[in-house]
Design a protein around this ligand. Structure first.
Ligand SMILES: [Zn+2]
Length: 527
């Protein structure tokens, strides 16, 4: 397969939604990607994204499932063996980046902003970390170390560098966001091309985080069915999702023009849609099932009707907590404080707050933070410090009870099942770090947020008013690949995200490490 002078360039469009990429390629709105798709191969990608968006990057980069690399929803995870929330960082990902195998085999690499990664000292190539990440997972740095300062001096910082939790109100502010996303993608392209040229790399990978930002913040500027859709605002600002994807498409066109002989791979690890799901209902569901801990929890008064309206509620869903803190402290003040203290101190304090007042130690099961799915941890003896449930049969029985109860729930607004499935991760994933992850993953029906559910067992449970960002993750990504290594014009069956790393190695005739969980995507390769 390998030729000595061959080049593979991979572009990750972070959280770009597969259905939109496909439609807008068909409609001619993304001409560079449409050309790659026509001239190469296309498939959808599934993977461990059903657990959370946080685990997909490590799964790509080290080629293993989350029970081996140890990362779930890394922004806010339970520290295994405690009842404390932490943020995980790049140095807690267990495994070796697939590009390190390429570099060791003599192929120079260039890596830009691969999320939750850090430089490998002395690597055969260049890497730039967290120049413009939607969710920094390490620190701004590079290998060689002077590269980051060089890039900053020449290209500046990402236009959205200080946009932490900013809330937008005016047409001008939304336009400014749109402009900064477009600028960000353009500068990123210039940086990436300069890195490839400077390092004479054979394998290069860049992450474009602009679709991720646009998806979370601007879904209501795209989707007429979104509850916050504002036709007047859209008429003035435009579809920011489309505009951000177009900016990436222009970047891809520029890369193809600059490196015309390269094999191009464009992919997204997970998708995006209108925020959906019912994870905020989990604490009350567990309470009604008798699984939530009893006893006093600070700031957790019960109100008439039985729902908890706590600041730091008993088994409270922690996203609610963040929102309530932000209602008390303005986002501007939060941003100023955040910028004034070291990143890790900020993370430790804010995650610590999320655990305050919970009654997880007295619970049989409790919900932990996630994004597109509901995540549940069983309070297991021998693992949790005050475990209540014996491993083995009792653990299995609690899981079964929960699975049955969740599958009975109907969405009150549609009458349809609210939950499509509940996965017991131990049955699906094998690896020594399985206890870093939640025990059960509740998959909600896709659509709009679920605000009320009911079943004979639990009665009717309604969500108090709650606001999340307009866009939320969904499970499916995509991959398109074009160049002399790839077949032409073929639509392939859905592949797994874990197949990408061994396939990238196979393009250079480098054998996949034994611990990899995926297979080489032979169907896309010319033999
Ligand atoms: Zn996200």
């Amino acid at each position: 397969m390998s030729q000595t002078d061959q080049q593979v360039i991979a572009v990750v469009l972070e959280s770009a939604e597969v259905s939109l990429i496909s439609r807008w390629c068909d409609e001619g709105k993304l001409p560079a990607m449409q050309r790659l798709r026509e001239q190469g191969v296309w498939c959808e990608l599934t993977g461990p994204g059903y657990i959370s968006s946080g685990c997909v990057w490590p799964s790509l980069c080290v080629g293993t499932n989350p029970a081996k690399h140890g990362i779930g929803f890394f922004h806010r995870e339970l520290k295994n063996g405690t009842y404390r929330m932490i943020k995980k960082y790049a140095d807690q990902v267990v495994g070796e980046y697939f590009w390190d195998s390429l570099a060791k085999a003599g192929h120079r690499v260039a890596i830009l902003d691969a999320a939750l990664t850090k430089p490998t000292p002395g690597m055969n190539g260049v890497i730039l970390c967290d120049w413009g990440s939607e969710h920094p997972g390490w620190k701004q740095c590079s290998e060689p170390p002077e590269l980051f300062a060089d890039v900053s001096q020449r290209f500046g910082e990402h236009p959205l560098a200080d946009w932490y939790q900013r809330r937008l109100h005016t047409v001008e502010e939304w336009r400014e966001l749109s402009d900064k996303l477009i600028q960000g993608a353009q500068i990123r392209t210039d940086i990436f091309c300069a890195m490839i040229a400077r390092s004479a790399s054979r394998f290069a990978l860049a992450n474009y985080s602009e679709p991720h930002w646009a998806g979370h913040m601007c879904w209501h500027l795209h989707d007429p069915d979104h509850p916050e859709y504002d036709a007047d605002l859209v008429a003035k600002v435009g579809d920011v999702i489309l505009d951000s994807y177009r900016a990436c498409d222009r970047g891809i066109a520029q890369i193809v023009e600059r490196f015309p002989d390269a094999n191009m791979v464009v992919l997204s690890l997970i998708g995006m849609g209108s925020h959906a799901g019912g994870e905020m209902l989990l604490p009350e569901i567990l309470d009604r099932l008798g699984m939530a801990g009893k006893g006093p929890a600070r700031n957790s008064p019960r109100e008439p009707g039985g729902s908890r309206r706590a600041l730091f509620g008993n088994t409270a869903a922690t996203t609610q907590t963040i929102q309530r803190v932000e209602q008390v402290i303005s986002p501007d003040l939060m941003r100023r404080v955040k910028n004034a203290v070291p990143e890790r101190l900020w993370d430790t304090v804010t995650r610590g707050v999320l655990s305050v007042g919970t009654n997880w130690k007295n619970s049989i099961a409790f919900s932990v933070p996630g994004d597109n799915s509901g995540l549940i941890r069983i309070n297991l003896k021998g693992r949790e410090p005050k475990g209540k449930v014996e491993p083995g049969r009792e653990f299995d029985a609690v899981c079964e009870q929960l699975i049955t109860a969740f599958k009975e729930l109907r969405d009150v607004s549609t009458g349809k099942p609210a939950v499509t499935d509940v996965y017991k991760l131990r049955d699906l994933l094998k690896g020594p770090l399985i206890d870093e992850l939640p025990d059960l993953v509740v998959l909600w029906q896709r659509g709009v947020p679920i605000s009320a559910v009911e079943s004979e067992r639990l009665g009717r449970i309604e969500l108090e008013e709650f606001h999340k960002r307009p866009g939320g993750h969904w499970h499916t990504g995509f991959l398109m690949a074009s160049g002399h290594h790839f077949k032409r014009g073929e639509v392939l069956p859905t592949a797994n995200l874990l197949d990408v790393a061994p396939t990238m190695l196979a393009l250079f005739d480098v054998e996949a490490p034994q611990e990899f969980d995926g297979e080489v995507m032979r169907g896309m390769l010319r033999v």
